[in-house]
Design a protein around this ligand. Structure first.
Ligand SMILES: [Zn+2]
Length: 284
């Protein structure tokens, strides 16, 4: 495997704000030992391709952006370590596993299938190689994000985290909403448990004002990253944003479409508005 760091940190270009964005699924560096069976183009459908690029102006406002470089189908940073499919393994796993609905769907910590349902591997994985993926990719990514959020919380007494994703325009056969057209934006705060309602409302109102359709917690509520970092009672607010891929790319080829630049500009405006609101609240 070539030595590609598991994440890239884009630090604030202006005075730092207690605002952290992370893009856990836009990594495009496929490690040499990822011997998936379906063609790369099919496996890449798992990615949130371009999502980190779409938010690249965020650090100009004082936010910090952390992006994963490893592919989501290799090891999924937005799953708990216990959400492991033991049928993938050739041997036992040393820790208890608690497979979630995501593992049932084949898309747990290590994906069993590619989009469309084809098996990802023609062999079992060893516990050692799964542990290596955790050690080289998952843990450093989580540690970097947690360090950033904790440091800002210490400095400001409050922190806001936006967990950035993308979604297919229509739920596929394997999703919880097969065949359904998704809104332009789906915000997830795990039914109001991971951030203050005012933050979800600010984001919803702002993007609606730009002309987009918005759904909240339907069909995506947020998974491991907002669950881990969202503790509103401690002034730690964490919101997931799912962007509809057809707004900015051809979903089959992953090529940006004519919508890419306007969406990028709208997201820059969104982050600027959020930054302005937070600057007002955290001013000393
Ligand atoms: Zn995602």
């Amino acid at each position: 495997m070539t030595a590609v760091p598991p994440f890239i940190r884009h630090g604030p270009a202006a005075g730092a704000l207690p605002l952290v964005l992370d893009s856990p699924h836009s990594g495009e560096h496929y490690p040499d030992d990822f011997d998936h069976i379906p063609p790369r183009a099919v496996v890449r459908q798992a990615e949130d391709t371009h999502v980190a690029r779409l938010y690249r102006a965020a650090p100009d406002t004082g936010a910090t952006l952390i992006e994963a470089t490893f592919p989501r189908a290799y090891i999924d940073a937005n799953r708990s370590l216990a959400d492991l499919d033991s049928t993938l393994l050739a041997d036992g796993w040393p820790d208890p596993v608690t497979p979630s609905r995501k593992t049932e769907q084949g898309i747990g910590l290590v994906w069993r299938i590619a989009r469309g349902g084809a098996p990802m591997y023609d062999r079992k994985l060893t516990a050692d190689e799964v542990q290596r993926r955790i050690d080289r990719c998952y843990l450093p990514y989580h540690a970097a994000l947690a360090a950033e959020i904790d440091a800002l919380h210490r400095a400001f007494g409050a922190v806001w985290h936006i967990n950035c994703h993308s979604m297919p325009a229509v739920g596929d056969a394997n999703a919880d909403d097969p065949g359904r057209e998704r809104a332009d934006f789906v915000l997830g705060d795990r039914d109001g448990t991971t951030c203050e309602p005012a933050f979800t409302d600010l984001v919803a109102r702002t993007v609606r004002g730009m002309g987009y359709t918005v759904a909240v917690n339907d069909p995506y509520k947020g998974v491991e990253l907002v669950r881990r970092h969202g503790r509103p009672a401690e002034n730690r607010h964490s919101l997931q944003i799912e962007l509809n891929r057809r707004l900015y790319m051809d979903e089959a080829t992953l090529e940006p479409n004519a919508g890419f630049a306007p969406v990028e500009q709208d997201l820059a405006r969104l982050v600027t508005i959020i930054a302005g609101a937070l600057r007002g609240r955290t001013a000393t």
